[in-house]
Design a protein around this ligand. Sequence first.
Ligand SMILES: [Zn+2]
Length: 400
Amino acid sequence: MSKPLMRIPYTGPLPPPLIIPPSAATRQGAIAALTHFLTSSVSSSAPIHHVSNTPSKTTRSDKTVLLTGAGISVASGLADYRGQNGTYTQNKSYRPVYYHEFVASHESRKRYWARSFLGWRGLHRSKPNATHYAIRDLGQLGFVNNVVTQNVDSFHSLAHPKLPTVELHGFLRALVCLSCRKLMDRDAFQARLAELNPAWATFLQELLQSGALDTENPVERRRLGLRTNPDGDADVPGAPYTTFRYPACPSCLQRPPILSDGSKGHVEVDKDGGWSPSNSTNGVGILKPNVIMFGESIPASVKAEAEAAIDGASKILILGSSLATYSAWRLVKRAHEQGMGIGILNMGGVRKEEAFFGDYQNHGGDDGLSALRRGIVRASLPCEEILPAVVEQLRQERGQ
Ligand SMILES: [Zn+2]
């Protein structure tokens, strides 16, 4: 039986990016190399290690599966983790709330929801960008058959609802009840948070008026008193989280859930419907964002879906991810073990990327042609500039 897969943040240093072939250092070179990558069949000279229960190369499509990360949403105004203005770069003391803390502690949940209450508006206003629409086009042109994303912003489903996307770390557009597993819409939840926390709702209005939530520049936001982090999280220095209230699951309130020991669960709430810890040590009716929090395991079904997406393609292209999260890195390792073509377009270093490109480097890696033949591309340029140009190039080649 395979081990559960846990989402763990990685904050160690990353090496400088590899550039393969050397021509991919320039914009034109990277566009040419990626266009070739998407249109070529992978040469069988690539190392293939036998992996049981995966389809043989002959049954695979010639298509590319995409693996995307926070880097592609920066152009939509969201913070990433390790970029120039990334959370770990700008805010060294940032530490996300872990799953076990969220589940076990009323205080942790208050802190989480207070910050999320302020951060949600920024995420909610943000829209998919040129990268997401280029991905839609690659799907329509028939080069890409699946997307696996680590992002929780739902931009993929907005930009390309027809191209299947596995959301490896869930999504913020809904909450899930830890007792009955029913989902609740995030906008409805946001309205309840405003009702339960009028002082915070006023503060949010003030922030809106100050313009701190209008600017997409993280440095300017900080100047106006607001820090934003990935996953729709915001940080207000000195704000009293202890008074923050959050609603209980409306379904559990209406119909008490049956607990794992067979007993009927009871949800404690205050007079306004705010979740109250007074009687429930186990915590019935607690709503959690429907994302895989740090320290939480990815459901087996999602893990299997992501693996099937990898196994159904002959090449994998990583966009805007430093693969710092092991759950993403191991998917690329899986592709590498099957001899799949590997392309990475990410600004800056990628965790242990020499594991995927080492063979190539050891065999006199400056010959650009051999890299292209073996289905290897590595560039460190912005996705939102390069990917739409690749789509344009592919259309020209097809005479469209
Ligand atoms: Zn419930």
